[in-house]
Design a protein around this ligand. Structure first.
Ligand code: CMP
Length: 572
């Protein structure tokens, strides 16, 4: 890991100096650390596992910024687009492998591997161009999610189909599924994925925000970050183990579920550094798998695969987008986004080899195709931008009008969805602002602490005449008056406290008994910080504690003075 990070940092920087995206540097670092180049060889198995963490965290991050309604909004283009693209690209793959004299099974694996793009690469590319939140970016991500779903099905079906496709199974995967009829396998898989989706959609939004709130109330940032990770990885793992859904997809849904919570921003901010670090390891592990000699052994095959990925797939995607009556610009962005392959392709290729469907060099060709297409991807984006400009110049009328209606409708729908979530954020912000406006005391703690207070406060209301605090009781909590008024009943005359004031702090600070009765003299709303939360929160925010203590001391002094007025004259 140490060598990975050092190499990645050095080569990432060098790549940047050469005006290449840093991920090219990470790939090179991986190749240098791999078993096929001389010198240091890193632990490939470990790299693979850590890379998987990267993919999980990354997909989780996408999910955090993606709501279920946005996913539904882009389904009109993403679902038909992804399916048609997979089918066509797979057919191209089958054709290609027929040329090489491979069987239909090998062709199927090759075609499927070449048809599914890498999430990591796609997201980095969109991020770099600030497209993640644009309509085109949303469509590209939605498209990819559908591809991932299709690959889940493919991974399950492949072993079942292996027999029919004339595999000479070497692994155990083939035999396990061979006993079951194909229709049953498909039905079970769909059922499992469906069950997972139902759980994620209906149970998730109830349980996850509740859990996060529970942890956030402890006030420990460490525990919060840990819980975010635990939920993301836990759901991802559960999705794989129980439902047979892929890790990445599980993590994506974990993110979507969490995105409904007010705490999602904090969750996103907390997991981002980890996401970045581990996604670097993803590129390293890809680089490590790569055997550069394939470029010499099978240059033509590699070139053909690369052409299929870069030209074949993008052309298909572009045409599909236009056929679905969306504009040229979207077609180009989606095409460029998908003109690469990655993690799923390796998994498929690995399975294909272990089932005896795909020859070994097939796997090497797929890897070479992945490395090259990932490296060239920025160029493809660049070409797409140039193409867009050229198109605009040549056929301005067509460029402006074709697909504009559907694009407009989609952008509006996405905009509405965004507006709803913005509104929710605004409401939350407003609540925080109200808190500070009512209680200027809290202006001295940072935003995190204010959020925490919102979670810690327990509301309580009282009617006029109700006794809130009884003298001599043990201190159970501190009260903040949000509305109404109370009277602190001191011996001589009562003290009236109004919104913005607090009471009940003395017994908490001293650990002793309540010093006075407090009675509501109006319809009141209080925010209560109970004793345990008070102690934890105050110990974390000494400035606040001092302010509250000073107030308590002043009050105590005032009370002694009132009880012995002679002291006043004496002092005077
Ligand atoms: P506590 O002793 O916990 O319960 C009674 C509360 O009345 C006490 O905390 C203070 O918050 C409040 N209190 C006591 N004396 C005064 C005062 N002179 N002015 C305002 N509030 C007071």
């Amino acid at each position: 890991m140490a060598v990975s990070f050092v190499f990645a940092a050095v080569f990432g920087y060098l790549a940047d100096r050469l005006r290449l995206p840093p991920l090219v540097g990470y790939l090179v670092a991986g190749i240098l650390m791999g078993p096929f180049t001389p010198g240091f060889i890193a632990d490939g198995a470990l790299a693979g596992q850590l890379a998987e963490m990267g993919v999980i965290l990354l997909m989780f991050g996408v999910g955090l910024h993606f709501s279920a309604s946005e996913l539904l909004a882009v389904r009109g283009v993403a679902v038909p687009g992804a399916i048609a693209q997979i089918v066509l690209a797979t057919l191209l793959g089958v054709g290609l492998s027929a040329l090489w004299g491979w069987g239909i099974g090998a062709g199927l694996v090759l075609g499927l591997s070449l048809s599914v793009a890498s999430t990591v690469v796609l997201l980095k590319a969109l991020e770099e161009r600030n497209l993640v939140n644009s309509a085109n970016g949303r469509v590209a991500v939605g498209w990819l999610i559908v591809e991932d779903l299709a690959m889940v099905l493919a991974l399950v079906l492949l072993p079942a189909l292996a027999e029919i496709l004339g595999a000479h199974a070497t692994g155990t995967a083939g035999q396990a599924a061979a006993g079951m009829p194909l229709a049953l396998t498909i039905a079970i898989t769909l059922l499992k994925v469906g069950a997972f989706a139902v759980m994620a959609i209906f149970l998730g939004p109830k349980v996850v925000p509740w859990l996060l709130t529970l942890v956030a109330r402890t006030g420990s940032t460490e525990l919060f970050t840990l819980s975010v990770l635990a939920i993301a990885l836990g759901i991802a793992f559960g999705a794989t183990e129980i439902f047979g859904v892929s890790f990445a997809l599980g993590a994506f849904f974990a993110g979507v579920v969490m995105s409904e919570s007010n705490l999602s921003h904090r969750a996103a901010a907390d997991s981002l550094p980890l996401q970045n670090a581990f996604s670097v390891l993803f590129f390293i592990s890809v680089g490590m798998l790569f055997d550069p000699s394939i470029l010499v052994r099978e240059p033509m095959a590699v070139m053909a695969a690369l052409a299929l990925i870069i030209f074949g797939k993008s052309l298909i995607a572009f045409c599909i987008v236009l056929l679905l009556r969306f504009p040229v610009g979207m077609g180009l962005t989606v095409a460029a986004s998908l003109a690469q392959i990655g993690e799923f392709s390796f998994i498929l290729a690995g399975l294909g080899v272990s089932l005896g469907l795909l020859p070994r060099e097939g796997q090497d060709i797929i890897l070479a195709g992945a490395i090259l297409s990932i490296t060239i991807n920025p160029l493809v984006f660049f070409a797409a931008e140039i193409g867009e400009k050229a198109f605009h110049r040549k056929w301005p009328a067509f460029f402006a009008s074709y697909g504009a209606k559907r694009q407009g409708a989609l952008a509006r729908e996405l905009g509405d969805i965004r507006a709803i979530s913005d509104e929710r954020n605004r409401q939350h912000q407003l609540k925080m602002q109200q808190l500070i406006d009512t209680f200027p005391l809290f202006a001295q703690v940072d935003e995190h602490a204010q959020e925490e207070l919102l979670l810690l406060f327990k509301p309580k209301s009282a009617s006029p005449g109700e006794r809130i605090i009884r003298i001599g009781d043990r201190g159970d909590g501190m009260y903040f008056i949000a509305s109404g008024a109370v009277e602190v009943q001191l011996d001589d005359e009562p003290v009236r406290l109004e919104p913005g004031a607090f009471f009940g702090e003395m017994a908490l600070l001293s650990g002793g008994r309540r010093t006075a009765d407090v009675v509501a003299i109006d319809f009141c709303d209080f925010l209560i910080l109970d004793r345990r939360d008070f102690n934890v929160f105050m110990s974390r925010h000494p400035a606040l504690r001092t302010a509250v203590s000073n107030m308590a001391r002043e009050r105590a002094e005032m009370n002694t003075l009132r009880r012995n007025p002679d002291q006043t004259s004496g002092a005077a």
